[in-house]
Design a protein around this ligand. Structure first.
Ligand SMILES: [Zn+2]
Length: 121
């Protein structure tokens, strides 16, 4: 969740979630603070999970564009282009290669879903 109280931006994450998920949630909620503070000033923004990270599928399901934008921000924030690109260029890019996807996920401390989403973007 993300909200603003007395002018201070606040982010809450579920401490029971896997650390990688918590990192993604923090980055996602940080994106809402950076990009969508207009809605946070009006209400508490509650994300109930990121079931699908595929941007096209989200868009086609009519998901709020702010969620799509926050997911893209979070993926870029956790896997910045300047760090990702040399690895992909050096090792090649094959989203079907589970070992390579797992390796990138461990390196950036994100889920494999985030790696695939990031590389599709
Ligand atoms: Zn959100």
């Amino acid at each position: 969740m993300a909200f603003i109280k007395d002018g201070v931006g606040i982010i809450g994450v579920n401490a029971l979630h896997h650390p990688n998920r918590q990192r993604f949630t923090l980055a996602h909620e940080f994106a809402h603070h950076r990009l969508h503070d207009d809605i946070l000033r009006e209400t508490v923004h509650l994300d109930r999970g990121f079931r699908v990270l595929n941007r096209d599928r989200l868009a086609s399901e009519g998901t709020d564009w702010r969620e799509v934008e926050a997911n893209a921000f979070a993926a870029e924030f956790l896997m910045p282009q300047f760090l990702l690109e040399p690895l992909v260029d050096a090792e090649g890019l094959d989203l079907e290669d589970d070992e390579k996807v797992n390796s990138l996920a461990r390196r950036f401390r994100v889920s494999t879903a985030v790696v695939r989403y990031r590389l599709w973007s």
